[in-house]
Design a protein around this ligand. Structure first.
Ligand code: NCD
Ligand code: ZN
Length: 484
């Protein structure tokens, strides 16, 4: 018996579907935002619209678990409309947005504010809640209120949110662990950096390379080790953001080998730039953690191939030209936009033969979808999944320039780089948000907050009888002395 015929909303015909394992020629039928059918052209239903994508590759849209869209509070740098437009142009269909806005996303009240700002989004999104020294009592409310993950700034960075003590972090991990929500870490140890920066400033260093000197890789290695211990103790799931060094790969790999529920991401700047670029780029290259040595990027490439590093994200962190080009390095804002350039930069590495297209799908879509509870609804092109698709032309070349970027903060260290491989259409739940290299303006507001598909329990039972909450509940020791 053949299935009931149906009218599809859209058929993409003539393309090659790419998964984390393989690629094959297939047409795709989309209905009500979902992929209804993947298969031979002869099997396709009638459709309201058919788009010829012959010669193109169909990738699951990138899932970028690390963007800063700045709204509320710093909208001179970016807002949800411009940030999500940049994502749409870059083939990214889901973003997870960071809490170092103003106000920071520290309780349900600010979560609601952020959800309201995000109503303008072109692409789907998750929202991070903050785990800090002063909002431990708000964490359960944030969980119940619908955050998608947590962010913990173990080191100082833009926004100057005070880093939690290890004590506060432990209690935070205890509270979050049972929810199964992942805690993403800015893993740099604040006290080491504050000490070294003070000493460097006293000595008169204010050149770009002093930024690396203030934040040597031990700050990352120490922070990853400590966070992994807390995760192992509590059963919390954790994610190491922006991996920048060879040194932090060891505690990451060790923790994975012990069964700690830990994932890691790196960003294009740590793969494609190194200390030799500081002279050319000056303060523009300043980012936390810093771009390091060529030997670091070589080790990160290898870890990405072997699976120790799970995914690529961008740490999309736009600032204005004035904020990025201050002559004293300590005063230049850290970070740069990335959500629009990640896919072209990485496809360019595919063109060079440094990574396969299949492996790129794994690190840009499949692995983030799995780690953040979106799999199997997102991160793959198969019947039943949401139709989040980047249609990619692997032969098209483009030059990255500030004037072409959709982000409000346009200063990027990749200015002037010519790439081969560009997403020419982006679909979010079946709708074109980018078409033929043009933003579809009227899709502002189409993006929706994602919900976890998997009910994720704690990675392993935590030491529940020793949590601060359990200890505070008692039992206390039988009273001694007193009546005797
Ligand atoms: C980020 C920012 O500007 O918000 N800056 C950065 O250098 N990476 C903050 C962060 O992710 O550390
Ligand atoms: Zn960070």
């Amino acid at each position: 018996m053949s299935p009931e015929p149906f009218l599809a909303d859209l058929v993409l015909t003539g393309g090659t579907v790419v998964t984390g394992m393989t690629r094959y020629r297939a047409d795709i039928a989309i209905k009500d935002g979902l992929i209804a059918l993947v298969g031979d052209p002869s099997a396709m239903p009638a459709a309201r619209e058919t788009v010829d994508v012959s010669g193109m590759f169909l990738l699951p849209g990138a899932i970028d678990v690390h963007v800063h869209f700045r709204e509320p509070g710093y909208t001179h740098k970016e807002d949800w409309r411009t940030g999500s437009a940049a994502a749409a142009m870059g083939g990214t269909t889901t973003v997870f947005e960071m809490p170092n806005t103003h106000p920071p996303t520290r309780s349900v009240r600010e979560l609601r504010q952020k959800q309201q700002a995000a109503e303008k989004s072109h692409v789907d999104f998750g929202i991070y809640g903050l785990l800090a020294e002063d909002n431990i009592d708000e964490l359960q409310g944030l969980i119940d209120g619908g955050v998608n993950a947590f962010k913990c700034f173990m080191g100082n960075t833009f926004g100057n949110l005070p880093s939690p003590s290890t004590g506060a972090m432990l209690e935070g991990f205890e509270i979050i662990a049972p929810s199964g929500l992942r805690i993403s870490l800015h893993a740099e140890t604040a006290s080491i950096m504050a000490w070294r920066q003070k000493r460097l400033m006293e000595s008169g260093r204010n050149d770009p390379l002093a930024h690396i000197a203030a934040r040597p890789a031990i700050v990352a290695a120490e922070a990853v080790s400590r966070a992994a211990e807390l995760a192992e103790w509590t059963g919390a799931r954790i994610h190491v953001l922006h991996i920048s060094s060879a040194a932090e790969l060891r505690p990451l790999a060790d923790a994975k080998a012990r069964g700690v529920e830990i994932t890691g991401e790196t960003c294009p700047c740590y793969l494609l730039l190194d200390s030799r670029d500081y002279e050319r780029l000056g303060s523009v290259i300043r980012v936390n953690p810093p771009v390091r040595e060529a030997s670091d990027s070589a080790a990160i490439w290898q870890a990405l191939q072997s699976g120790v590093v799970d995914m690529i994200a961008t740490d999309h962190a736009p600032h204005t030209p004035e904020e990025k080009t201050r002559s004293i390095i300590w005063e230049a804002d850290c970070g740069f936009p990335g959500v629009e350039t990640q896919m072209p930069l990485m496809l360019n590495e595919v063109a060079k033969g440094r990574i396969t297209l299949e492996h790129y799908v794994k690190i840009s879509a499949e692995n983030p979808a799995r780690a953040f509870g979106l799999w199997p609804a997102k991160g793959r092109i198969e019947a039943g999944a949401q139709a989040d698709i980047a249609v990619v032309d692997l032969d098209r070349t483009e030059t990255i320039t500030a004037s072409a970027l959709h982000s409000r903060g346009k200063i990027t260290p990749f200015e002037g780089v010519t790439v081969t491989g560009v997403p020419i259409h982006t679909l979010v739940r079946g709708r074109f948000v980018q078409r033929d290299r043009r933003l579809v303006e009227e899709t502002s507001g189409w993006g929706k907050q994602v919900t976890a598909i998997q009910q994720m329990p704690a990675a392993r039972p935590c030491n529940t009888d020793q949590t601060l909450a359990a200890v505070l509940r008692g039992p206390s020791l039988p009273s001694q002395g007193g009546s005797s």
